[in-house]
Design a binder for this molecule. Structure first.
Ligand code: HEC
Length: 156
């Protein structure tokens, strides 16, 4: 019984201590251009923002439960990792080749049902996509890749 009591003291102590660890998700790079992918490439499906932007942009809105660790650490690390791979706030300033590659990968990830992450759609019902919404969004990303290529070539 005494051992169990100690176990709980230590557990509570650890849970209190872990609250002080907050990976910083303040965007490091300031947006270079003020244009946004969604406003630049017309016809964006309404759900791109609700399904992708909390992780893949500098416009993250943290859910309330991210205030409590260890869930907060999990959420913040996902955001940092996601932005490192792909950041829609910065994508228009990626070099052409990288931009095209990432936009096409978006279509691929959508069709393979890898994105948005399941751990996200559990808690965010407005990020859940039907098969049709997935396909429409994948198609829009491919259009965006083609449009980005055309734009960049015209600017050169
Ligand atoms: C909960 C956070 C989260 C959401 C929401 C999310 N992603 Fe991701 N995404 C990640 C993480 C983390 C990675 C990197 C690790 C991985 O591949 O699992 C990633 C990787 C990717 C990659 C691969 C990039 C590369 O360079 O390999 C693409 C493409 C992508 N996401 C597209 C999307 C699209 C499109 C949406 C919206 C439909 C979306 N993601 C929604 C977290 C998220």
């Amino acid at each position: 019984m005494k051992r169990l009591k100690w176990f709980f003291y230590i557990l509570i102590g650890a849970l209190v201590l872990i609250q002080f660890y907050r990976p910083d998700i303040t965007p490091r790079q300031v947006d270079v251009s003020n244009s946004d992918l969604l406003t630049t490439i017309s016809g964006a499906p309404a759900k791109v923002r609700s399904a992708c932007y909390d992780c893949h942009s500098n416009e993250t809105v943290l859910p309330w439960y991210a205030a409590v660790n260890p869930v907060g650490i999990f959420v913040r690390n996902h955001i940092l990792e996601a932005r490192k791979h792909l950041n829609f706030s910065l994508i228009l300033d990626y070099p052409t080749e990288k931009k095209i590659k990432k936009l096409n990968e978006c279509a691929e990830e959508l069709r393979e049902e890898n994105m948005p992450l399941n751990s996200y759609t559990w808690m965010h019902s407005n990020a859940r996509l039907t098969g049709e919404e997935r396909e429409a969004m994948a198609h829009w990303f491919e259009t965006a890749a083609a449009a980005a290529l055309a734009r960049d070539m015209n600017n050169q």
